[in-house]
Design a protein around this ligand. Structure first.
Ligand SMILES: Nc1nc2c(ncn2[C@@H]2O[C@H](COP(=O)(O)OP(=O)(O)OP(=O)(O)O)[C@@H](O)[C@H]2O)c(=O)[nH]1
Ligand SMILES: [Mg+2]
Length: 549
């Protein structure tokens, strides 16, 4: 090996070109005593400098340790249960605010019920046998439809005739008009609120347009203010007529050609006010005591129409021929707003006030991002400020997620494992479970999220259980399941393993622990326990990450 050349002049020249280095050079005529003094001064200066560095480091650590914010992002496909999870957090941490808002959900619950009725009528219609279920994107949203190779439910071709169909249709006709009217009312209840129809724009477009679509309104951190979307079958015109009662029925707005469109209602601070059915609605307390007149005194309130139609609704829902027909069409209304059908007399009562459970089950599609802040007043998490972000899970909403990845400390990912036999509303060619698995893979493999704690909620286990018990076979929809037993234990373990393996294989951080819970987030008792456990996991994970930084 050739000897390396030593070239001091060059080095010296380069060093001298650096004014700081030149200033630090010892004087050329330095005596030994001066040199000793200088070196000692240098050692002392280094000690001071090191102790300052140490102080800064300690201060930074302290600051991190006392940092009180925990940001949690709820992720998952549409209808996975994110907003329901958020409602559980609200119910647990701000129960009085949650109760105060129950009344505002009345309109949404009415809409959910009326939609179920319309879907039953659609399914009973004699000519519906000739329809391919995919024609109606709306019905795919929540109904479980098993698709055969021909693309049609197997028994839909030869179906039971419901002898009283025509009578039901006529008696329930007022509800179809009421549905349209409720949409119109919700979207115009507050004149100051921006309301818009049509497809949802990606996040970037909202940003670029400087929130033109939101009338210039922005949420915290300059991010677009959130909106909530109610899926609807028919689009209604948006010409508020403030001179008439908010509930007056218009017979001229029916427009079936626009079915499947969605209506978006702005959800800045006033959205719940907008949903409170006008200024006739009174607090639950006054409703009970009867001190003040309530909405039921208003002849135009939707409750009267619902109340009048209740006997027909009840009769239809209990009709054995209807049950058989729905089974034939494989329309599983219990997976969506169907649960209100079991409560028709209570929900259509004139003085109906939604219960906590009703609110938890009310379905409103999220558009944009909803933020909820709370702090815990006792226990080891005391003083910690939590921010939970609930995003829209539909495909056209997912661009809005990325800006939240930067500050997030933990993700709760929801995968509805009951959905193995369903397809996406936004793309009926895609199986919902497959979409969940792909989404899961992209979240766990994301490098930006490498040090973010992830908690997985395998959700809707109640529906999974009843689906399996009713005989729906997982292997018909996931060939890889093979001939394993079709019971809840085996199926749930299979899903747990499937999601676990994806995390293990794709996470950029092999140290990351994955926490998996089987959940039914509409069930408050079960969910409260899980939320407490999750809070502790997140706090511990956060502390661990701080020590690593
Ligand atoms: N039976 C049952 N229903 C559930 C469960 N979780 C959510 N739901 C219902 O499923 C529907 C959809 O839930 P959401 O919380 O609105 O879903 P999301 O993930 O917020 O949906 P997007 O806002 O569209 O992204 C609601 O009607 C919920 O009540 C569950 O575990 N069991
Ligand atoms: Mg939601």
């Amino acid at each position: 090996m050739p000897k390396q050349k030593f070239e001091p002049p060059q080095i010296r020249r380069r060093t001298l070109s650096d004014p700081l280095a030149a200033a630090l050079l010892p004087p050329p005529d330095e005596s030994p005593i001066e040199r000793e003094t200088r070196l000692k001064a240098e050692v002392d200066a280094k000690k001071v400098s090191d102790s300052i560095d140490e102080m800064i480091r300690q201060e930074r650590n302290e600051r991190k340790k006392s940092k009180t914010d925990v940001n949690v992002l709820l992720l998952g496909q549409s209808e996975s249960g994110k907003s329901t999870t958020l409602k559980q957090f609200q119910l647990l941490h701000s129960p009085s605010a949650f109760h105060a808002e129950r009344i505002a959900w009345r309109a949404v619950i009415y809409l959910n019920l009326v939609r179920s009725i319309r879907r039953i009528l659609d399914a009973l219609a004699p000519d519906s046998d000739t329809l391919d279920d995919h024609d109606d994107g709306d019905s795919l949203e929540t109904a479980s439809v098993i698709i055969t190779s021909s693309g049609r439910p197997p028994s839909a071709i030869l179906g039971t005739r419901v002898s009283k169909y025509e009578s039901y249709r006529q008696r329930l006709e007022p509800l179809i008009e009421l549905e349209e009217n409720l949409f119109r009312m919700l979207s115009t209840a507050d004149e100051d609120e921006a309301t818009h129809l049509g497809p949802v724009k990606p996040y970037s477009q909202y940003y670029r347009a400087e929130n033109a679509a939101f009338n210039g309104k922005t949420g915290p951190n300059g991010r677009p203010a959130p909106t909530i979307t109610i899926p609807q079958k028919r689009q209604t015109p948006l010409s508020p007529n403030r001179s008439t009662s908010a509930y007056a029925i218009s017979h001229s707005i029916s427009n079936p050609s626009t079915k499947g469109k969605e209506i978006a209602v702005h959800t800045s601070m006033n959205w719940k006010k907008a949903f409170s059915l006008g200024n006739k609605s009174k607090s639950p307390k006054s409703a009970h005591t009867g001190e003040i007149e309530g909405w039921w005194e208003d002849p135009d309130d939707p409750v009267h129409r619902l109340n009048a139609c209740a006997p027909a609704m009840l009769e239809m829902w209990r009709d054995p021929q209807v049950k058989t027909r729905l089974e034939e069409k494989r329309l599983r209304l219990e997976e969506s707003s169907g649960f209100y059908l079991d409560e028709i007399p209570r929900i259509t009562a004139k003085k109906y006030i939604p219960t906590d459970a009703d609110v938890l089950k009310a379905r409103l599609k999220t558009m944009g991002v909803v933020e909820y802040t709370f702090s815990v007043s006792s226990g080891s998490n005391r003083g910690v400020e939590w921010k939970i972000y609930d995003v829209g899970g539909a495909r056209n909403q997912r661009q809005a997620w990325a800006p939240y990845f930067e500050d997030v400390n933990a993700i709760i990912f929801l995968a509805p494992i009951s959905a193995f036999d369903q397809v996406l509303t936004e793309d009926p060619r895609v199986n919902r479970l497959e979409d969940s698995l792909l989404l899961w893979k992209s979240v766990v493999s994301n490098k930006l999220l490498a040090h973010v704690n992830i908690v997985l909620f395998l959700n809707k286990v109640d529906l999974l259980q009843s689906k399996l018990e009713s005989g729906v076979k997982l292997s018909h929809h996931m060939v890889s399941y093979g001939d394993r037993p079709n019971d809840y234990d085996s199926v749930s373990k299979y899903f747990r393993n499937k999601f676990g393996v994806i995390h293990q294989s794709y996470t950029p951080n092999k140290e990351r622990e994955l926490y998996i819970h089987f959940t039914a987030v509409t069930d408050t008792r079960r969910t409260v326990t899980i939320i407490s456990a999750v809070r502790d996991i997140i706090i511990k994970g956060n502390l661990r990450n701080m020590k690593l930084v």
